[in-house]
Design a protein around this ligand. Sequence first.
Ligand SMILES: Nc1ncnc2c1ncn2[C@@H]1O[C@H](COP(=O)(O)OP(=O)(O)OP(=O)(O)O)[C@@H](O)[C@H]1O
Ligand SMILES: [Mg+2]
Length: 216
Amino acid sequence: MPHIVTIAALKGGAGKTTVATTLAASLHAAGHRVLVVDADPQGTALRWAAVAAEAGRAEGVPPVVAMTAAALRTDVARVGAAYDVVVVDGPPRLGAEQRAALLVAHLALLPVVPGGADVWALADTLAVLDEARALRPDLKAAIVANRVDARTAFGRALRAALAELPVATLKASLGQRVAFAEALTAGAGVVTYARGSTAAKEAAALVREVLKVLGA
Ligand SMILES: Nc1ncnc2c1ncn2[C@@H]1O[C@H](COP(=O)(O)OP(=O)(O)OP(=O)(O)O)[C@@H](O)[C@H]1O
Ligand SMILES: [Mg+2]
């Protein structure tokens, strides 16, 4: 049975695909068998893998497949059976894919970027998480701070704001770094795109903490 990690946020641009591809590419580079499931009809994770293939670097990223809500519910365990970890990149709005992606997960990671409106929007995501947990009480969840910039007041205030919420925030966070944006566009993970960078170190810390939460 693979560990299934769903990246969920109802707000667009919170960093779902960045966290999904960063986590998956780092696990892949570390030798874990990883499958990415793109549950977002926008298909950004699929594009990420396609760019890697076009550039002749397909082996640098894990395989990515698209799944509808129905396929997630019925097939994800079977499709993911040959993998250690399945990372599901969720859609930015409430719907069948969002619900299915949470219902099949062992761990939900909820990215949030600094800013009042973004932290408020997290309440909607937490409400959907609560619905999923009513059916799946064993579903673990953690917030991931993304695009953190310690030079801004918003960046500094984020942890305090998140500490008020009923779901714990991971210690690991991703900073506001161009390497994350460039790696996504280049069809790579920061672990190879920007080896040894602060972004790569943040990715490694995220992987360590996620594996610990999963008990993997
Ligand atoms: N830590 C970061 N540093 C720099 N840029 C980032 C970071 N996280 C995300 N971005 C950029 O912000 C934009 C939105 O990120 P991303 O696509 O990961 O969000 P998303 O939640 O998947 O969005 P959508 O809801 O559209 O699927 C992208 O252009 C991405 O490159
Ligand atoms: Mg996305």
